[in-house]
Design a protein around this ligand. Structure first.
Ligand SMILES: *Cc1c(COP(=O)(O)O)cnc(C)c1O
Length: 406
């Protein structure tokens, strides 16, 4: 077999569909975010980032940086081992306590990323409980799907955000069958939010465990940033709350929060937890500082909500179509992979505005979009420039507008 020809051929197919991924090379400027330096061939340009998951700008927060600097100097660069073999640093333990407290759970368990936490926790739970059936929301994140697939457990997919359909599927199994219901709170591409209380009603009716991914909600929702389940007073009814330290928390890592026995079970039986080097202690300390800050401060969340509302209002005034939703995510719909890429390139090259196009397989074909995430650190001037540039390209490409009254 001609291996090289095979690789190139597969890539050509992706390119022909207009969804070949070209990474935009930037340097985030600490203290200047959302501004960044973009590297283009032999030069650099200043850009404003409008598609970051550092939703609150915590990646440059002075308390986070100070904690990281201090622990870097105290403890050195790496953890020096897996959690089992010399890698459990005091700062990991402190962070796990902080996370358990954030979600009102007995315990929490750290992973190297949110992806790994979903993959490892769902994979282990579903694989280790004999006869376990997993009930997975149709729009669950790739990390959850991969974890469930890896477990080889039976998986039933329920219609997105449809507790009645979940109820129907759960009813097919007797009370002795272990059941695990996996879903998210804020879905990151459409920005819609799950009917958590209704899903939990159904789970409780059938004696199923509930597993929620609050990756796009932790830090952002709830009086202490515990997520949508905290805001709605539902954390104690959920079996496992999963989150990331890489988005609104601004650092890196993932975790689950649950009962002491469940966390101990994952700690003991999960390959993805145990056979990998622990996070650097400075990362753990930065995450702890960020979480502590967001538990006490409503400032960032309030400012973010205001910025999101402002961008939405300005888009509406220009008739630029965006998916309405109750979250902080603004999907500007384009509906074509090549067009989405062209618009994104044009914004970047002509206006220094960076919004990554979102294509298949991240979203279904025909729903390609620009996903805008306003943050507390975007200024009025940034918003003006974004809206003017979008309006300009909408006219140039003769894209459909909504009437301003709609
Ligand atoms: C980003 C994401 C993850 C993975 O989190 P990382 O910490 O980035 O690995 C998990 N679930 C959802 C829904 C995500 O969007």
């Amino acid at each position: 077999m001609d291996y090289e020809a095979y690789f190139k051929g597969e890539l050509d197919t992706v390119r022909d569909e207009g969804r070949y991924r070209i990474f935009t090379e930037i340097e985030r400027r600490c203290g200047k975010f959302p501004n960044a330096t973009r590297y283009v061939e032999d030069r650099t340009e200043q850009v404003t980032v409008w598609c970051s998951n550092d939703y609150l700008g915590m990646g440059q927060h002075p308390e986070v940086l100070q904690a990281m600097h201090e622990v870097l100097d105290d403890c050195g660069a790496g953890a020096g081992g897996t959690r089992n073999i010399s890698g459990t640093n005091h700062h990991h333990v402190v962070l796990e306590r902080e996370l358990a407290d954030l979600h009102g759970k007995e315990a929490a368990l750290l992973f190297t990323s949110g992806y790994v936490s979903n993959w490892a926790a769902l994979g282990t739970l579903a694989a280790k409980m004999p006869g376990c059936v997993v009930f997975s929301d149709a729009l669950n994140h790739a990390s959850m799907i991969e974890g469930i697939r890896h477990s080889r457990a039976t998986c039933r997919v329920w219609r997105h955000n449809d507790p009645a359909h979940l109820d129907e599927l759960l009813a097919e199994y007797g009370p002795d069958v272990p059941k695990l219901v996996a879903f998210e709170s804020v879905y990151s591409m459409d920005g819609d939010i799950a009917p958590i209380a209704e899903i939990l009603d159904v789970c409780e009716k059938h004696g199923a465990m509930s597993y929620i991914d609050e990756v796009h909600a932790v830090g952002l929702y709830g009086p202490r940033g515990g997520g949508v389940a905290e805001r709605e007073g539902l954390m104690d009814r959920i079996t496992v709350i999963e989150g990331t330290l890489g988005k609104a928390i601004g650092v890196m890592g993932g975790y689950i929060a649950a009962s002491a026995a469940l966390c101990d079970f994952i700690r003991t039986f999960s390959s993805g937890f145990i056979f990998t080097t622990a996070l650097p202690p400075a990362i753990a300390a930065g995450a702890t500082a960020s979480i502590r800050h967001l538990k006490a401060s409503e400032l960032e969340r309030a400012r973010q909500r205001e910025r999101v509302a402002t961008v939405r209002r300005r888009l509406d005034a220009m008739g630029i179509p965006h998916l309405p939703n109750p979250s902080h995510i603004i999907p500007v719909m384009v509906g074509d992979a090549k067009k989405a890429k062209r618009i994104s390139d044009w914004l970047l090259d002509n206006h220094g505005i960076y919004v990554q196009p979102i294509n298949y397989p991240t979203v279904p074909r025909g729903t390609e979009r620009l996903r805008i995430t306003p943050s507390p650190v975007h200024t009025d001037g940034d918003v003006d420039r974004l809206i003017e540039a979008l309006s300009d390209i909408w006219s140039q490409c003769e894209l459909a507008r909504r009437s301003a009254a709609a």
